[in-house]
Design a protein around this ligand. Structure first.
Ligand code: TPP
Ligand code: SF4
Ligand code: MG
Length: 314
């Protein structure tokens, strides 16, 4: 068979794309250019704030549409990518992370942001949350935690507190809620932070740090569902008589045990970075294996290697 020397998209994806100088000189995008559609969330939903701060982050870091992707699962919060005028996908319920992993591993030129809800990330997608954390895939996950299933109109979620009355727990929730921070730390996430949508500067600061982290960065962002769990986070909001306690300055973010202990503080707990360490990412490990293998096959292109493999199977 005659083999063409054409470069396939997957081959181009192996090496970070050299930034075209004219592109580098481009001005950062504005919120107006980044906003795709008017969000269909209920007026007052906490998710509006997270979206506005994501636009701010993209504006501030001068990211263009060809440098990032936004991936989500299903839920009110997961509508997120619809509202961003850039590459993204609103994927299957609970499956944002495997989809995002595929992009992260094959497109090192992209920063991958995943957005999820507490049901999407910790219930149906709980296994993916654990495994993406332990694999340390290079991406940022923001979970808009409203402690309820919003889209499906008020079912108990894995973070709903004991006694929460919902359509699935008419007498009040009886199941012990999960603590996403403790779960992320114990599963091997290398960046774990907590914020709340009512503190915009803090949300932006956490998103920036998450984005700058090399590895799996996870942010639990409290984001009120005004329709089905109104007032859930008042005790964390000084404007509603609550307290916003930052992670103490003396906290050592590399101390796993200290992070775990701090994450055990009863609600409203602390806000900030709980844990941050450096560990080789899955991206780096796979790139190393590919580079080693590539050295053995000389200049052969991906599809030529694949063809050889198929030929051997004939
Ligand atoms: C496989 C599958 N199971 C169940 C559903 C129904 N469903 C859609 S969203 C959702 C829960 C959403 O809750 P959450 O992730 O907390 O997002 P929120 O709406 O609160 O932002 C459920 C159960 C679905 N779409 N797909
Ligand atoms: S139902 Fe709740 S989570 Fe969904 S858009 Fe309305 S306020 Fe937001
Ligand atoms: Mg929810």
């Amino acid at each position: 068979m005659q083999m063409s020397t054409q470069t396939l998209p997957s081959e181009a994806a192996q090496t970070p794309v050299a930034v075209n100088p004219t592109v580098a000189e481009r001005k950062g995008l504005t919120k107006k250019e980044l906003a795709a559609d008017h969000p269909t969330w209920c007026p007052g939903c906490g998710d509006f704030s997270v979206l506005a701060l994501y636009f701010k982050l993209l504006e501030k870091r001068k990211l263009h549409q060809d440098q990032f992707v936004s991936i989500s699962g299903i839920g009110c919060s997961s509508r997120f990518p619809y509202f961003v005028q850039a590459h993204g996908a609103h994927f299957i319920h609970g499956r944002a992370l495997p989809f995002a992993t595929g992009i992260a591993l094959s497109r090192p030129d992209q920063h991958v942001f995943a957005f999820s809800g507490d049901g999407d990330a910790f219930s149906i997608g709980g296994n993916h949350f654990s495994h993406t954390a332990r694999k340390n895939v290079n991406m940022s996950l923001v979970v808009m935690d409203n402690q309820v299933y919003g889209l499906t109109k008020k079912q108990t979620s894995p973070t709903s507190p004991l006694g929460f009355k919902s359509k699935t727990d008419g007498w009040g929730a009886v199941d012990h809620p999960i603590n996403p921070l403790k779960q992320a730390i114990s599963m091997g996430a290398t960046f774990v932070a907590r914020t709340t949508s009512t503190n915009p500067n803090h949300v932006l600061a956490m998103m920036e740090q998450a984005m700058d982290h090399n590895g799996f960065s996870f942010i639990q962002c409290l984001s009120e569902c005004v329709e089905f769990y109104e007032g859930a986070f008042d005790s964390a909001n000084p404007r509603k008589g609550g307290v916003f306690n930052e992670v103490p300055k003396e906290h050592d973010v590399t101390d796993e045990f200290a992070a775990y202990q701090l994450a055990s503080t009863p609600f409203p707990g602390h806000f900030g970075v709980f844990y941050k360490v450096n560990r080789p990412t899955k991206n780096e490990k796979e790139a190393e294996i590919i580079a080693k293998h590539r050295a053995k096959v000389g200049e052969a292109k991906d599809w030529q290697i694949l063809q050889k493999t198929f030929d051997r199977l004939k």
